[in-house]
Design a protein around this ligand. Structure first.
Ligand code: PLP
Length: 400
């Protein structure tokens, strides 16, 4: 058999991949599958982004870009940090990458030696532990229990820190739970970090604009400016601007770290597509009205989903504070048997049976390191979401 590098061959396979493949197969067989598995906004990208990308192409902006990012986009990012986070940042602390995902890769590649530890609060977006492991690091998962609003407890973080800890990952608003950290949460975490000067913080704020019920996102960089030389803020165009396919993410961090990340990117992908950068700069400068409309839509869908799911006996569903997912608990149904005779012994089995029997694709909590739950994306039409909830209800009623 073909030999794959051990750092890749030994990586756990995410449960999402099998689910997505099976959903595609069912569709190809003509089944009407509703997929709530993807974290992809169902809105068009801003027209001003598309126009700016087109204009840049016609104007000849088609050569190799500088690796850290083009000036117009970096200026727009500086503007964004001031407008959205009340942070004054300079261009030498910023870099642009192919999506938030490449920012994470760059940061871990630039800093992790074999065996270095990355603390990842669970549930988590699956890429943090996978990228850390692929680069020789060790992911140390700490639980964020539902009773605690899916927030990490400062004492739990403190207890997880060892001399080998290199990073603490914070992703709030959180994928998959939508949890948000309040100022007092951030202050307690900052206090822990002040006692652990060897630990860097990766604050992934890509869902910052998608907050509900009047809540506002706060960055740890605002709350603890004294830790600025250890905080890497990650953000990007994908979620708030509905620009997933443009592959533009960015980071703001300490200069030596940004410099090392630029070196990593210089040896992998180089600078980001010039047209995508021009479009992103226009979107960032284009104001927040469109984002506000999407935010309202996601909040309304969240309300519909939470209400429908809470009404299904056996399911629980916390009310997400942000992002665009709901994360219902299926603990009350584990151990049962589906109408077609599948044993529902884990949330993975639950999600598989739900896909096979009710044709709704979700992602089991196992994929996010926190079970037994399901993640459902609200990035689908009202009709699809309502139909998905009806199907889930029918599926659950059939469990014995
Ligand atoms: N961070 C979080 C928490 C995400 O959920 C995602 C996408 O799913 C990303 C980062 C990466 O976004 P992209 O690489 O598309 O910019």
């Amino acid at each position: 058999t073909f030999r794959i590098a051990s750092r890749l061959a030994t990586l756990p396979k995410p449960a999402t991949i099998a689910m997505a493949a099976r959903a595609r197969e069912l569709r190809a067989e003509g089944e009407d599958v509703i997929s709530l598995a993807l974290g992809q906004p169902d809105f068009p990208s801003p027209p001003e982004a598309i126009e700016a990308a087109y204009a840049a192409g016609l104007a000849g902006d088609t050569g190799y870009p500088p690796i850290p990012g083009q000036k117009a986009l970096i200026d727009a990012i500086i503007h964004k940090f001031k407008r959205d986070n009340d942070l004054t940042v300079t261009s030498d602390r910023i870099m642009v990458a192919n999506g938030g995902k490449q920012v994470i890769y760059n940061a871990f590649a630039a800093t992790l030696d074999d065996g270095d530890e990355v603390i990842v609060p669970a549930p988590y977006w699956v890429s943090y532990p996978l990228i850390a492991r692929m680069l020789g690091g060790t992911a140390v998962e700490i639980p964020c229990p539902e009773e605690n609003g899916f927030r990490p407890d400062a004492a739990t973080i403190k207890a997880a820190i060892t001399p080998k800890t290199r990073w603490l990952v914070l992703n709030f608003p959180n994928n998959p739970t939508g949890a948000i950290l309040e100022r007092h949460d951030l202050e307690a975490i900052a206090d822990v970090l002040r006692d652990a000067p060897h630990v860097l913080v990766m604050s992934d704020e890509i869902y910052e604009h998608l907050t509900f019920d009047g809540r506002r996102h706060l960055s740890i960089l605002q709350v603890a400016p004294d830790l600025a030389e250890r905080i890497l803020v990650i953000n990007g165009m994908a979620k708030a601007y509905a620009m997933t396919g443009w592959r533009v993410g960015f980071a703001c961090g300490p200069m030596p770290l940004i410099k090392a990340m630029i070196a990593v990117q210089g040896n992998t992908t180089s600078g980001v597509c010039t047209l995508a950068q021009a479009g992103s700069a226009a979107a960032l400068k284009g104001g927040l009205d469109r984002i506000e409309q999407m935010r309202e839509t996601y909040q309304r869908r969240r309300d519909t989903m939470v209400e429908a799911l809470q009404a299904i006996p056996g399911l629980t569903c916390a009310v997400p504070e942000g992002a665009f997912y709901v994360y219902p608990g299926v603990g009350g149904l584990i151990g049962g048997t589906s109408a077609s005779g599948r044993l529902l012994d884990t949330d993975v089995a639950f999600a598989e049976a739900l896909l096979e029997e009710a044709h709704v694709a979700t992602v089991p909590g196992t994929a996010f390191g926190f079970s037994p739950y399901l993640r459902l994306s609200c990035a689908a039409s009202d009709d699809q979401l309502a139909e998905a909830c009806r199907r889930i209800e029918g599926f659950v009623k059939g469990i014995r």
